[in-house]
Design a protein around this ligand. Structure first.
Ligand code: ISE
Length: 338
């Protein structure tokens, strides 16, 4: 097992730089030794700020570099397949930010490659599974305290989104988290999906915002997902599960309530980096531990495939307004439930 893991980072935008910060300043056991980005000048600037890191021309160069033991893929979603496949071919553990890939066909190519390799190498960045509040919610549901889950309500609210954000990203870059967390909390697969679009938020420009997604789980539970990406007041993640004998839901994420002048208030996170900062730390710490042993744990390629398959169906439902059924490949024992 490697004592100190040399990590290569492919894609040094917002999340890539945040992961470099946690790998070099927060978590023990690793060093960032190589970075690359579609913008070479940005890669050069980022490398300058990381002791011992080199900016290389391409993501492939980072993955192939002999000094790199393991790879973090934080590039554009459309490029994830190329880089994850290259890491598997190089036999290097890889942390891939969500989505695993932007189509289910691409996810299946990764799945076939990892199975051919013979052991897990890929962890997918579904960080909500490492969030203390979601872990507490799963504990309540798994304990049977509220009976069999019947419904789940999920709301995913961004205060705003960057200019490059598209209506499709509301599903395959944003709602993909809600799909994965519903699968994880309910321990079930999505069997069918419908998408409705209410009147547009006037702050949304050309984006279809908000959107309403209905997941029909294979076991019979229903999950409704609200995706609002111009909600203005803050970054607000809601989750509640309705069981036969009770309900369990995420509490407000603020740690302090201020009461003064006849009112009370609490702080809203600005964005996902603030709301899930501890969860991001925990997921990367788990990855480092497994990568030091030359493997991967946590959210798997199967989880990435199942979430993207649901998002593919949601995009199709968004386009023609009809309900879509989802039929996944039979789950291989290689990806058996833990
Ligand atoms: C972003 O990529 C994330 O993963 C965040 O968790 C999500 O809230 C945001 O909407 C996405 O764009």
């Amino acid at each position: 097992m490697r004592e100190n893991l040399n990590v290569g980072v492919v894609g040094v935008g917002m999340i890539g730089q945040d992961h470099i910060r946690r790998l070099t300043k927060v978590l023990p056991g690793s060093a960032v030794v190589a970075v690359a980005d579609a913008d070479p000048e940005r890669a050069r600037r980022v490398a300058e700020d990381v002791a011992g890191a080199r900016a290389l021309p391409t993501g492939q160069d980072v993955i192939r570099d002999d000094a790199v033991d393991a790879v973090v893929v934080t590039s554009w979603g459309d490029t994830h397949e190329e880089y994850v496949l290259a890491a598997i071919a190089a036999g290097k553990s890889v942390f891939c930010e969500k989505p695993l890939a932007t189509t289910q066909e691409a996810c299946l190519r990764i799945l076939d490659a990892e199975m051919a390799h013979g052991k897990r190498l890929v962890q997918v960045g579904f960080m909500r599974r490492y969030d203390a509040a979601y872990r507490a919610l799963k504990e309540v549901v798994s304990s049977g305290a509220i009976g069999t889950p019947l419904l789940m309500h999920s709301a995913h609210r961004n205060a705003s989104v960057p200019g490059h954000y598209t209506s499709d990203m509301a599903i395959n870059d944003t709602a993909v988290h809600d799909v994965d967390i519903a699968r994880w909390l309910l321990d079930d697969e999505v069997a069918a999906i419908s998408v409705l679009v209410p009147r547009r938020n006037r702050r949304a420009g050309d984006l279809r915002d908000p959107i309403f997604i209905l997941l029909e789980m294979a076991g019979g539970a229903l999950v409704d997902v609200e995706v609002s990406v111009n909600i203005a007041y803050g970054y607000d993640i809601r989750g509640e599960i309705v069981g036969e004998t009770g309900v369990a839901g995420l509490a407000e994420s603020n740690t302090v309530v201020v009461k003064r002048e006849g009112s009370f208030s609490g702080r809203m996170p600005e964005d996902w980096r603030e709301r899930f900062v501890r969860a991001f730390d925990a997921e990367l710490q788990e990855w480092l531990i497994a990568a030091a042993k030359g493997t991967a744990t946590g959210p798997s390629v199967w989880d990435g495939y199942a979430a993207t398959a649901a998002c593919d169906a949601a995009l199709a439902a968004l386009r023609d307004g009809t309900r879509k059924t989802i039929s996944l490949r039979e789950r291989p024992s290689f990806y058996a439930r833990p």
